[in-house]
Design a protein around this ligand. Structure first.
Ligand code: AR6
Ligand code: MG
Length: 314
């Protein structure tokens, strides 16, 4: 169980760092950078806003032994390093929060008052998924409230809840035997639960396009599921990247290979896959390359272990 917590948080950071150098690139450009041979050597190891915010979520859950919106909003502001590549909506919300606006209100002002449906709430939600893995009602409530701080659009919030739920299913899964038939049935069960979980048609329609008995080409995945910054163009894509593969490495490499918003699709796929396969399934070479400064790889691992300790002490 502990290795699933560390796997989810480190997996998210590793996926983010793997995708970061090719952010905004086409699928074709990604293969010219990482090669076609399947080697997937991590280029830089520097993580982006996805991981910086995910760290804030984990720190806040640990310090408060659960969710505390005001504290989380303060941590997002305190941790903010503009060089990590934040989305424009989130930048504006963080500025408003730093000027004293309330966590419930600041996010409602962006995009002409519609609020953001970007994937910025889903990309950081892995700690919520592992921490509330056994309490679906609370998981959903906390995913929504943690989104509200920066992403108040219903689709931004449901995207985060869907990603958190998939991480929770991954924590609970992967314990049976390794037989192909069993693995297959488990994934069908996960997909079924995910479809039953979502309320908005845009997510339901995307999940309906996922077929486990047919491998889509990358072009089909990009066309049918998307590879962009909107939650509905990236959360189902991350879920699909996990479901179609059989290892952490293949899942995250597939996610990044799609281009578009690969740091975030990589982070979300890495969180699900890390929660499912556990920390030991993350390629050593990727983990070793992940930055290890003040809030780097060892810090993230300790944070995940503390989150686990808090969880089992409740
Ligand atoms: N109306 C129109 N466009 C929207 C709306 C809306 N209501 N909401 C979002 N968008 P943002 P994020 C589009 O800025 O979600 C970083 O690189 C709009 O084009 O809230 O925190 C992260 O790593 C907007 O710029 O940022 C992620 O990869 C975009 O969605 C990515 O950016 C992102 O929403 C998203 O981060
Ligand atoms: Mg990013």
């Amino acid at each position: 169980m502990k290795r699933k917590f560390t796997g989810a948080l480190l997996g998210s950071a590793v996926g983010d760092a793997l995708g970061a150098p090719v952010e905004g690139c086409s699928r074709q450009k990604v293969s010219s950078v990482y090669g076609e041979g399947g080697e997937w050597k991590m280029i830089s190891g520097r993580y982006t806003d996805d991981t910086e915010m995910m760290i804030g979520v984990a720190e806040s859950l640990v310090a408060n032994r659960g969710f505390n919106a005001e504290d989380l909003a303060r941590r997002f502001v305190a941790n903010y390093d503009p060089s990590r590549g934040y989305g424009p909506g989130t930048k504006e919300v963080l500025r408003r929060l730093s000027e004293g606006e309330s966590w419930e209100e600041a996010s409602k002002k962006v995009f002409g008052g519609a609020g953001s449906y970007g994937n910025g709430a889903a990309m950081r939600v892995a700690p919520v998924g592992v921490f509330y893995c056994d309490d679906l009602a609370r998981l959903k409530e906390v995913a929504y409230k943690s989104s509200q701080i920066t992403h108040s659009h219903e689709l931004g919030k449901e995207g985060a809840a869907l990603q958190a739920f998939c991480v929770a299913l991954a924590v609970r899964g992967g314990r049976g035997g390794g037989r192909v038939g069993e693995r297959r049935r488990e994934r069908e069960g996960m997909l079924h639960e995910l479809k039953g979980f979502v309320k908005n048609a845009v997510f339901r329609e995307k999940l309906e396009k996922i077929e486990l008995d047919k491998a889509k080409t990358r072009d089909e995945v990009v066309r049918e599921l998307g590879n962009g910054e909107a939650a509905f163009n990236s959360v189902p894509t991350a879920i699909y990247s996990f479901l179609r593969t059989e290892s952490f490495k293949d899942a995250v490499a597939f996610a990044v290979s799609l281009g578009g918003d690969p740091d975030t699709i990589g982070a979300m796929t890495g969180a699900i896959s890390g929660a499912y396969y556990g920390e030991t399934a993350i390629p050593k070479a990727w983990l070793e390359k992940l930055e290890d400064g003040r809030k780097g790889r060892r810090y993230i691992k300790r944070l995940a272990e503390e989150l686990y300790r808090v969880k089992i002490s409740l």
